[in-house]
Design a protein around this ligand. Structure first.
Ligand SMILES: [Ca+2]
Ligand SMILES: [Ca+2]
Ligand SMILES: [Ca+2]
Length: 473
């Protein structure tokens, strides 16, 4: 009996050893320099720029060349934050990798509860101000999943994106500040999109439902832009605010954009799933596509619409419900047996999500028994396929017992009236808009069309415009 046990123990130990050997194939490459030199011998298992240092550029080159899903960690000496200034585009990520800024000593993940800002301490800044027009920060083209977390990515120029995904699926972008300074207090926006997904098969995640997963995505041209691929998830992020979630640091165009893709999930009613999307031009712009679910978020103080379905057929042509009574809210919808999400807002968006109810299968009428706070009640409707409508027309709630804590209102000071075609007017929210202000139409086939809508009477010069950015790829 004892011999049998010993044999089993030996077999188990051998299996454990083999298992460890398998894991050992994936290397951890630790960046220890803010330099920009490339790897001297890619694929030799060592990240070395030839002068004994491991730069981010060298680490990406080595990870690409080394078979296995590697981790790029950070251990740059001295007091952070440490700023890496690429002189040209970093190499595309061509094999699964995790780049983890939280490995840098002195950094810390967010521990603030949902909805109360991010207190993440980030120590690694990838600053694109030394690169030329159309340069993006990190480009993920790996077939297998890659993950970017714990980085500040800012100041990539006009035409460039903070993170581009051009291939693969199931990539994760979490715990980053994209478009701000390291403290999350000032605009250091990306010229074009903070994150642009325009290749691969979708299923990527931006943010997540845990505090440590939230991204701060503010000050850019557009926040996350889901530019074709489907079934992406955008949850838990602060989009258009500073790190506290209270002060404006808007993205100049859309907070979240979705073009042509379907089945994208923006927010949700599960704990931690909601995004805060405020102080942008449009909150969420869905330009084409269907079954894009936009639920449970806090969307407020955007200049244009909170949710904009750009064409009559977008999201299955679903139309906004009406709110006919506030307080104990009720209303109607043409969507039968559909889910109504009820919000309070000081304007015509949805700052506070109160809960959901279902429209009657015969009449489309709905009523909501939960508490609402006003001052206005708004609602969206989502059908069984996941198509969410725009917000309803708001209804003032005279019966509501309290009002939400006032939030700062952005004070747009347009100096040149409505934006010109092909241009992006930058709301005066930050101190470092020089890069974004260069943003113009992105070449043939990427023309921007703007249809000037109604005036916003904030200071008599206010404007609202709808923008559509067509992409060729
Ligand atoms: Ca090497
Ligand atoms: Ca590798
Ligand atoms: Ca900006």
């Amino acid at each position: 009996m004892r011999q049998i046990i010993l044999i089993w123990v030996a077999v188990l130990m051998a299996l454990v050893t083999l298992s460890w050997a398998g894991h050992a194939e994936a290397a951890t490459l630790t960046v220890n320099s803010i330099g920009d030199g490339g790897d001297s011998i890619p694929g030799d298992g060592t990240c070395d720029d030839g002068a004994g240092s491991c730069t981010l550029r060298a680490a990406i080159e080595e990870a690409n060349a080394l078979v296995g899903s590697d981790t790029i960690a950070f251990g740059i000496p001295g007091v952070g934050p440490h700023t890496i200034l690429p002189g040209s585009a970093l190499p595309a990520i061509t094999e699964s990798v995790t780049i983890d800024g939280y490995t840098q000593p002195g950094s810390a993940v967010n521990t603030s509860p949902t909805g109360s800002g991010t207190n993440a301490v980030l120590q690694i800044v990838v600053d694109g101000s030394g690169t030329v027009f159309d340069t993006s920060g990190l480009l993920i083209s790996s077939a297998g999943p890659s993950r970017i977390r714990g980085l500040v990515i800012n100041r990539f120029p006009a035409g460039g994106d903070g993170i581009e995904i051009t291939a693969g699926s199931a990539h994760i972008i979490d715990g980053n500040f994209i478009g701000t300074n390291a403290a999350g207090t000032a605009d250091r926006g990306i010229g074009n999109d903070a994150i642009r997904i325009h290749g691969g098969t979708g299923g990527n995640t931006i943010g997540g439902t845990t505090p440590e997963a939230v991204n701060l995505i503010s000050g850019n041209g557009t926040g996350p832009f889901l530019d074709g691929p489907s079934n992406n998830v955008v949850q838990g992020n602060y989009i258009g605010t500073d790190a506290t979630g209270t002060l404006p640091l808007g993205n100049d165009s859309h907070g979240v954009g979705s073009y042509a893709g379907s089945g994208n999930i923006i927010g949700g009613t599960a704990p931690g799933a909601a995004n805060l999307i405020a102080f942008n031009f449009t909150g969420v712009s869905v330009q084409e596509g269907a079954q894009n679910s936009i639920r449970g978020n806090s969307i407020h103080s955007n200049t244009g619409k909170g949710i904009d379905l750009f064409t009559p057929s977008t999201n299955g042509g679903i139309t906004a419900p009406t709110v006919t009574a506030a307080g104990s809210a009720s209303g109607t919808s043409t969507c039968l047996s559909c889910t109504v999400d009820v919000y309070s807002d000081s304007g015509d968006e949805g700052e506070v999500y109160h809960g959901s109810t279902t429209t009657d299968g015969g009449t489309g009428n709905w009523s909501f028994s939960g508490v609402t706070t006003g001052p206005n009640i708004t609602a969206t409707v989502t059908d069984g396929s996941g198509n969410t409508s725009e917000f309803s027309v708001p209804l003032l709630c005279t019966a509501c017992t309290s009002t939400p804590t006032p939030t700062p209102t952005p004070t747009p000071t347009p100096t040149s009236g409505p934006p010109s075609v092909g241009g992006i007017v930058d709301l005066p929210l930050g101190s470092d808009d020089s890069l974004e202000s260069q943003q113009t139409a992105r070449g043939p086939g990427r023309g921007v069309s703007l249809a000037i809508a109604v005036a916003v009477g904030v200071i008599g010069l206010g404007w609202a415009a709808r923008q559509r950015t067509r992409r060729t790829n």
